[in-house]
Design a protein around this ligand. Sequence first.
Ligand SMILES: O=P(O)(O)OC[C@H]1O[C@@H](O)[C@H](O)[C@@H](O)[C@@H]1O
Length: 288
Amino acid sequence: MMQAGAGGLPTVVLRAADGSATATVHQHGATLTSWAVSGAEKEEEELLFVSPLAVFAPPKAIRGGAPICFPQFGSLGPLKAQHGFARNMEWAVDEVAGDSCSLVLCSDAATRAEWPHHFKLTMQVSLLPNGALQQSLRVLNTGDSPFEFTTALHTYFRVSDVSKASVVGLKGLSYFDNAAGSLATDDADAVTFTGEVDRAYIGAPSPLKLVDLGRGAVVMVHKEGFQDAVVWNPWEAKAAGMADLGPEHWRGFVCVEVAQARSGAVTLAPGQDWEGRLRLERDTLGES
Ligand SMILES: O=P(O)(O)OC[C@H]1O[C@@H](O)[C@H](O)[C@@H](O)[C@@H]1O
């Protein structure tokens, strides 16, 4: 169902066939902006974070939900704009069923002015039984020469307080520390947050587990196709410098991003495609 969403922008609203979850996708950037799960006796619980200071004024990217980084993640590519342009563009709604939808973005003169390639992106979201959500990104080379890209689903998860959150599953991996500008190895059992964290893990396993001790909540992050994972929270000083986040709201989220980043770019020959998938499951502490 299409309806006006946050900021008055057009959105697609989905409802799971078993009534266990709803999701909202803004057409702007094909940004998933809500995933809300209802438990048997509980009220609906929002699992994604959208900044209260988010600016819903295209082409500005929405600060929160799950912006799509393409054709580059961060500065890993030829574009000047960090994270590429897909999150800034108006996507076309392709198909909407009750519990799933797909949106597409095809290259045009505006995208080719920034990146001289022909492509079609398809972003699909489906609500599965028991509140789970599946999201996929397919990249098709519609041109007659090869191109390479990096990408990520830049998901902002709502947490009670970042100091009570942790990400499990990354022990022993190498990561590029964007804050320090150097490579490091993670030897901790879990990533915890006591200051800025901006880590691009190389070759991350699946699933990863986001734990929120404050709510007794767990989100399992399953990925396919995306080789890497990024964990980010800007902490106070950096957040204060970001007008659409500000000094107040950075405690309320952790980004766990499935990515094709530091493992290397994907190369697609003409007519070839690549697909990355994410499946999110809400769990309760102690049950996972
Ligand atoms: O402000 P932006 O462009 O949305 O980026 C937010 C963050 O995105 C993360 O993925 C990067 O690792 C960070 O370095 C960056 O600050």
